[in-house]
Design a protein around this ligand. Structure first.
Ligand SMILES: Cc1cc2nc3c(=O)[nH]c(=O)nc-3n(C[C@H](O)[C@H](O)[C@H](O)COP(=O)(O)OP(=O)(O)OC[C@H]3O[C@@H](n4cnc5c(N)ncnc54)[C@H](O)[C@@H]3O)c2cc1C
Length: 496
């Protein structure tokens, strides 16, 4: 699999695998920005905490982001105003500003060298039809008294029809940042950490939970689900509240750091930023960002992204990778108690591709909830918040169509040649299987059905993986689960 520009800084941390039954007060499942920041916030208290990850710490969505810390998030505020109202959008704006402040404080307090630097954020469009939306976003900022600009000296392109620019935003290297927080967590006796430790089942007993991790029991009073996407359907019904968006990213060396980052308002989205470490300057470019069921020709998407970055910079990329995140139908994240029946199971997901800020904020909300402290964002991000007509409409156009489309496409694409002779889907002994033929002529046969919610898998020719076009699980050619939500593999059980 391709590696992101940040993953080169994700070095071995000597964290072992869970290999015995244990007891704790709080179990945090998932060590991305949410899980690690939650553990970091808990260093100030005396709880016994266990932090686990199914793979290496912060090697998933967080390590493949573009690392922007901004409150200008395409044209998000009018989307929130459309579903809710001005006050809800204002709260979301304040939450993002708070999160930026928290990251800055954490960097300062722990003297973390993570290339945190100011970078102006812009949202722009080359499409005349989009222009009126910019008026709406500006009127939101006007009402709030937030200053913005309609030009940006380091971003001039003839075909730009409109842009909004704000100045007091940041970019950083998320992996180096989390390395810094982890150093602090490691110094605490009451926080235990385990890599390569997968949670597979949660069982409620009297006033505690038993979580199965690597077939061992973790007995815990509270659970924090910081796994980006839960590995179960009930409680919470998260798959019905969300859909997945996938993007293609590339980075190449450049001569100048322009201290600007940008995103388009159009769909599929294009986004960029600059990054400077002590040796080099880079331009990071993201494109083809769309619902995971929408663009299933992975090779074509990659090629397009690479061609575009080469066109912009005249340079060949040295890093290229893909990433996906959980989107919600009302543009707000899901942070808090997973359901009213399970007050001790907390979740944070649905960051709508803005988890550097929202994951940081989630860690603050979750730790306040653990300590029975009021948090001003608790109600607005509550995962059990009520439905309204706009949300139901968005559910139909996003979640429902995304999943249905993935199912239907698979039925239509019965012709194996779709997989270009490298892999095909067929039936063996009445079961739907996927077969990948490697360069040595060996065939690798796996089940073609995702164990999570039974979607059919598509073959990703670039990474040589079987990917779920519904909820984003991924499996290698031998059927090992390499990304959730599926916790089970797709190996064929010869005995059945
Ligand atoms: C292309 C792209 C670019 C982005 N750029 C930005 C950006 O510039 N700024 C911004 O604010 N946001 C950005 N985001 C969004 C941001 O990256 C994510 O919202 C955020 O990283 C999610 O963090 P997380 O902690 O929830 O998930 P993760 O980082 O994925 O962490 C979850 C962890 O849980 C583990 N896990 C899963 N299941 C289990 C299990 N059963 N047992 C144990 N462990 C488990 C996983 O291995 C993983 O390490 C971007 C997203 C995408 C897709």
């Amino acid at each position: 699999m391709e590696k992101s520009i940040w993953q080169k800084d994700n070095n071995a941390k000597n964290i072992k695998k869970l290999d015995q039954d244990i007891k704790t007060d709080i179990l945090i499942i998932g060590a991305g920005i949410t899980g690690v920041t939650t553990a970091y916030n808990l260093t100030k208290y005396n709880f016994n905490v266990v932090l686990i990850d199914r793979g290496k710490f912060f090697n998933e969505v967080t390590s493949k982001s573009t690392g922007k810390l901004t409150y200008l998030q395409d044209l998000k505020y009018q989307d929130i105003c459309n579903v809710y109202d001005f006050n809800t959008a204002k709260l979301y704006y304040e939450s993002q500003k708070d999160a930026i402040r928290i990251v800055k404080k954490n960097v300062k307090d722990n003297q973390i060298d993570c290339s945190l630097e100011k970078s102006s954020s812009i949202t722009f469009t080359t499409d005349q039809k989009e222009v009126s939306k910019f008026d709406k976003e500006q009127s939101f900022f006007d009402k709030l008294g937030v200053s913005y600009f309609n030009t940006c000296e380091s971003f001039t392109q003839d075909d730009i029809k409109r842009l909004i620019c704000v100045k007091n935003t940041y970019v950083f290297n998320p992996v180096k940042y989390l390395n810094g927080l982890l150093d602090k967590i490691k110094s605490k006796e009451n926080i235990k950490m385990y890599e390569y430790s997968t949670a597979t089942k949660i069982k409620k007993e009297d006033n505690y939970y038993i979580v199965m991790v690597n077939n061992f029991q973790v007995k815990t009073k509270k659970i924090v689900l910081a796994c980006n996407y839960p590995f179960f359907l009930i409680p919470g019904f998260i798959p019905f509240k969300t859909y997945m968006e996938k993007s293609y990213v590339a980075a190449c060396k450049v001569d100048k750091n322009k201290k600007i980052n940008g995103i388009t308002s159009n769909y599929p989205t294009v986004s960029f930023r600059f990054y400077e470490d002590k040796d080099n300057k880079y331009f990071i470019y993201l494109s083809n960002s769309s619902k995971i069921c929408d663009k299933l020709n992975y090779e074509k998407n990659y090629k397009e992204t690479i061609n575009e970055i080469e066109k912009v910079t005249g340079k060949k990329p040295i890093y290229k990778w893909t990433n996906m995140d959980v989107m919600t139908n009302d543009f707000l994240p899901l942070i808090g108690k997973i359901s009213n029946d399970d007050p001790n199971v907390l979740i944070a997901t649905g960051y709508n591709t803005w988890g550097m800020t929202t994951g940081t904020l989630a860690a603050k909300i979750l730790v306040d909830l653990i300590n029975n402290k009021k948090n001003k964002y608790e109600n607005v991000f509550n995962p059990s918040r009520s439905l309204n007509l706009k949300k139901i409409k968005n559910f139909t156009t996003n979640t429902l169509t995304s999943n249905t489309k993935a199912y239907v496409l698979n039925f239509i694409k019965k012709n194996p040649s779709w997989y270009k002779n490298k892999a095909l889907v067929t039936k063996q002994s009445g079961k739907r299987v996927g077969i990948y033929f490697d360069n040595d002529g060996n065939s690798h046969v796996v089940s073609n059905i995702c164990p999570h919610l039974k979607c059919f898998l598509t073959f990703n020719e670039v990474d040589k993986t079987w990917d779920c076009p519904c909820h984003g699980s991924r499996f290698d050619i031998d059927g090992n689960a390499i990304k959730g939500p599926s916790k089970d593999n797709i190996k064929i059980d010869e005995t059945k």
